[in-house]
Design a protein around this ligand. Structure first.
Ligand SMILES: [Ca+2]
Ligand SMILES: [Ca+2]
Length: 491
């Protein structure tokens, strides 16, 4: 058995050997601090219905909540575009839609002339000595991600096979719902797409470390439509007990013509407010979405467990984000493609290993998904990438209440912008129409203050953050099945 001599009997260290030992210790610490792994968890269409975001009083997301206790939860984080393709293109290239030309689903970032010389986030990590791995949906299009030359890639799964389980009529009760379906389907939890995406990632986390640090990107596709889950998740939200989102009769009366126009896009799909209310399906839609949030959370929990039980637990940065929000009837709107809070607000949590890092902290400062790239570059001490248009959130990770006068921008098609500051949401449409909401008193954005002269100065100040120039669309692909010609510039 080893015994420790009393201090007085120990051989005294010479000053030079002490310095050498200290230097060695510092070297080891610096090396491991310089090369943290990254677990990059991308979620599709998850809004603020997450326990730690207080977006819905009944939602059960114990694992995302657990992650928040390990780091900093950004409660005022917003996407740069309220749909998958441009939001992910922005995040992964570190550029804004109004500066890269990617505004819509039917585009491809490798065909955008302004992105020709841009190094995407995973590629940047690869160039700087990381082993990059991906499982599931990271980019909107599979082929876009292929350009990163991943060291290992897991499979990405479609939803068609689940549609077959739901049957030709679907399970929601909407007529011909197609992908706009929601409810429980007869499937085992382990068979769900995201369970398999998670299995693949868990196996990689369990593997012994290589000489290189890893950047492991895991893209969970739930809660993207269809909102299917096994019954075990759906049954946690009894239909007679679910709370509907708060709405106000006549809420849309104070919208300018362009605000109203935006609500009409989804009127052409099965999941419209008209259809949902007409068929009495709002409770079921809420329960189904809550169930998808809980299922996604279950996958996140498996990733966190795997990491915590692995040798990488103390040397892995975790970032969790969703590409945009989702309306479940707020402002009588459904899905995304709006410039309101429910479309733009997203979960964003950073957990950074290290003794001095903050735990269980929240920051109410306005931040964007575009800030993830520069933040990871700084946290991992990679060389600065000068082409990035977001800003590193490291100062907020160190002090979540640091003064931060950087309102965040969301764009939907050229010229339609929202500016979100800590207190306000200011929307400026391409035709000049405006909306203004005061989140201090009106978190549901019921009262549009844009026409009230009392707020002219607020509008003027916020409008200084609008882009001065907007680039046109990068080349467009043919329309897909569920998209249609829609004029986003005129009421
Ligand atoms: Ca999405
Ligand atoms: Ca209103």
């Amino acid at each position: 058995m080893k015994t420790t001599k009393p201090l007085s009997q120990q051989t005294p260290f010479s000053i030079p050997s002490l310095i050498l030992a200290l230097a060695l210790a510092l070297c080891v610490t610096a090396h491991s601090a310089e090369k943290p792994n990254v677990l990059f968890i991308a979620i599709d269409d998850l809004n603020d219905w997450v326990g730690v975001l207080d977006g819905h009083p009944q939602v059960q997301t114990p694992n995302i909540d657990r992650l928040a206790t390990r780091g900093v939860n950004f409660t005022n984080a917003h996407c740069q575009a309220p749909i998958c393709m441009p939001s992910r293109a922005s995040l992964l290239t570190g550029t804004y839609p109004h500066r890269n030309g990617i505004y819509m689903i039917e585009q491809n970032l490798h065909e955008a002339p302004l992105l020709k010389n841009v190094t995407t986030l995973p590629s940047y990590f690869k160039q700087n000595g990381y082993r990059i791995l991906r499982s599931g949906k990271i980019y909107h299009r599979v082929k876009e991600g292929d350009a990163d030359d991943w060291d290992e890639s897991g499979k990405r799964y479609g939803w068609g096979w689940m549609g077959k389980l739901a049957g030709p009529q679907g399970v929601s009760g909407l007529p011909e719902p197609s992908i706009f379906d929601f409810g429980p389907i007869p499937v085992e939890t382990a068979e769900m797409n995201d369970s398999k995406v998670t299995d693949w990632a868990v196996e990689r986390i369990d593997k012994p470390a290589t000489d290189k640090p890893f950047f492991l990107a895991v893209g969970l596709v739930t809660p993207h439509l269809p909102h299917f889950t096994p019954e075990e998740f759906y049954n946690r939200y009894p239909l007679d007990q679910v709370k509907l989102p708060e709405t106000q009769p006549g809420d849309l009366d104070d919208l300018p013509p362009m605000g109203l126009k935006f609500t009409r896009y989804f009127d052409t799909t099965p999941m419209s407010h008209h259809n949902i209310t007409r068929y009495g399906l709002w409770n079921k839609a809420v329960a189904s979405y809550l169930a998808t949030a809980t299922f996604t959370d279950h996958c996140v929990g498996r990733l966190l467990d795997a990491l915590e039980n692995s040798p990488h637990a103390d040397n892995t940065i975790i970032v969790l984000w969703s590409d945009h929000g989702f309306h479940i009837g707020e402002k009588m709107h459904w899905e995304k493609r709006s410039l309101w809070e429910e479309s733009t607000r997203v979960p964003l949590i950073f957990s950074v290993p290290g003794k001095n890092q903050l735990r269980n902290a929240r920051s109410t400062r306005p931040v964007g998904l575009i800030d993830i790239y520069p933040t990871l570059v700084e946290l991992c001490k990679l060389p600065k990438n000068k082409n990035l248009q977001g800003r590193s959130l490291v100062p907020l990770l160190n002090n979540p209440s640091l003064p931060w006068d950087h309102p965040v921008l969301t764009t939907h098609h050229p010229g339609n912008h929202a500016i979100r500051s800590e207190r306000w949401r200011y929307i400026h449409y391409a035709n000049g129409d405006e909306e203004l909401y005061d989140h201090r008193y009106d978190p549901n954005e019921f009262r549009n203050l844009a026409e009230d002269p009392e707020y002219a100065a607020v509008k003027k100040r916020l409008s200084t953050y609008l882009p001065k120039e907007t680039v046109p669309y990068a080349p467009r692909l043919p329309h897909q099945k569920f998209t249609q010609e829609f004029d986003w510039f005129k009421p």
